[in-house]
Ligand binder design. Sequence first.
Ligand code: FAD
Length: 483
Amino acid sequence: KSPSTPIHLIVVLLVTYFVCAMGKSNALTCPLPPELATKLHVDPVAIDSASTDYGNIVHSRPAAVLYPSSIEDIQGLVKSSYNCPIPFGISVRGNGHSVDGQDMARDGVVVDMKSLRENKTGIKIRVSKNHLFADVGGEQLWIDVLHTTAAQGLSPVSWTDFLYLSVGGTLSNAGISGQTFLHGPQISNVYELDVITGKGELVTCSKGNNSDLFDAVLGGLGQFGIITRARIALRPAPTKVRWSRAFYSNFSDFIRDQERIVRGGQRDVANYLEGLLMFDNGTPTEWITSFFHPTQLPRIMSLDLQQVFKDFAHVPGFIDAKFVSYQEFLTRVPNVENESQTHPWQNLFIPQSRISDFNVGVLRDIVLKRNITTGPVLFYPLNRHKWDAELSAVIPDEDIFYTASFLHTSGIDNWQVYEDQNKAVIKFCEEAGIKIVKYIADYTTTEEWIKHFGSKWTTFRERKAQYDPKNILSPGQKIFNGV
Ligand code: FAD
C-alpha cells in the first residue's frame, strides 16, 4: 500500500534532471573545434582563477577557461559561440587587473591571455626602428613593451602609471598616466589594430581602413572585438629622468600650478605630471620616505630647482628631486598582489570648472570626515584636446578635466565601508550637478551605461549591433546584458 512512493521518486528524478540542465552552460554544449578541446579547462584551479580579479570583490564563475596557444584558437572559440543556437559569453582576461569583474564571464568562457604570452610563437613585440612603431600582441604586458623597446633606445609615447597591465586591457579603457596631458591617452597613440569581432572575423583596422571598428574598439570596453595586435607609436627613449616633487598645503595653489603645467606654458618644467593627495591618516608615507635618500643630497643641491619652480606656490623649502634612469622611473609602482586584500577603487574624471566644489564636497566633507581612506589618491589634470572624440572612451565636456583615483586597499571583510564612501561621492556629485565621468566604470545596468555614454550611446549601441550582434563579447562589463 504505497503507490505514492514511485511517484515521489519520479518527481525527485525530474527535479534532479532539471537542476542539471540549468547548471550546464551553453559554452559546454555548443560544438567546438576539436583542437580547442585540450585548451578548454573546467578544473577548479582554472575556474577559480578566472572567477576573481585584482579587486577581489566580484566573483563570477565561468563554465570554462580557454588557454589559447594561437590567435586561431580565440577565433575558433568566438565562431563556435556565434554559430551556436544559444551563444555563450566570452571575456578576455588580459592580466586580471580589473577591480569590478569586468574580465569575467558568468557561465561563459574566459580567454586567459597569459597562455598566449607564455607561448613562444605569435606576434609578441616587434619593433620597427625606422618607422617608430611596435607591433605588439594584445596579450603583452606594458612592462615587457618597455623592456623590449628600451633595449632599442625607443619608448612608447604614452604610458600607464603602472605597467603590469595588458596592452588589450588598457586600450579597452584608455590608458592614462602623468604623460596623458602632453601626449594623450594610450588610445590616442595607436596606428593600427588586429581585432577578432563578435562574429569571429579577424579584421585589420586603422584610421584609414575599417575606421569605424578602430574607433569602436579603442576605449570600447571589450565590446566590439578582441585585440590581438596593436601597432603603437614609439619615440626615442630618454635615458635619464629628473624626478622632482613639491609639497602643497593649499588646494587652490596645488591645482593652479598643475594647470599651468598642463596648459602648456610650463612644458620645460615637466613632461610627466602626477598629483597625489595626502590626508592626515594618509598611507603614502612609504612613497615619501622611499623617494629621498640622504646620499643623493649633493646631487639634489646641484639642481637648480628654485629656478625650475620659481613661479610656483608650493610650501617653501618642501621641494626635492633626484635623477633616475627612464626605466627606473617608469617602473616605480611595484607589482604587488595579495589575496587577503580587496581593492574597492574608484576612478573619476571631474570637469575643471567644478574642482573647487569637488574639493569642498568630496575631499573635505566626505573623505576627510570619514577618515577611512587608505592607499594613494591620485589627482591630476588632463587636456581634452589630446583625446580623439571619435573613439569610444567617454570624458567630461571641458578643455581641462581632472582624474581622481581613490585606490583603496581593504581587508576581505571591510570593503563595504569604502564602497559606501564611493557611493557617497557619486551621490554628492549628482546632487551638486558636478558632471563626473567614471573611468573604468562599474555600472551594472544598461540604464546606467546609457547615462554614462550620453551622446555617444547611440553610436556605441549601433556598433555593438554591427560587430557583436549576438552580444558575445565582454559580458563582465554588464553593458548589454539587460538588452
Ligand atoms: P583585464 O582586467 O584582464 O581586462 C579588463 C577589460 O579589458 C575586460 O573587459 C576585458 O574583456 C578587456 N580586454 C582585456 N584584454 C583585451 C583584448 N586583448 N581585447 C579586447 N578587450 C580586452 N589604468 C590606467 O589607465 N592607468 C594606470 O596607471 C592604471 N594603473 C593601474 C594599476 C593597478 C594596480 C590596477 C589594478 C589597475 C590600473 N589601471 C590603470 C586600470 C587598468 O588599466 C584596467 O583595469 C585594465 O583593464 C587592466 O588591464 P588588464 O590587462 O589586467 O585587463
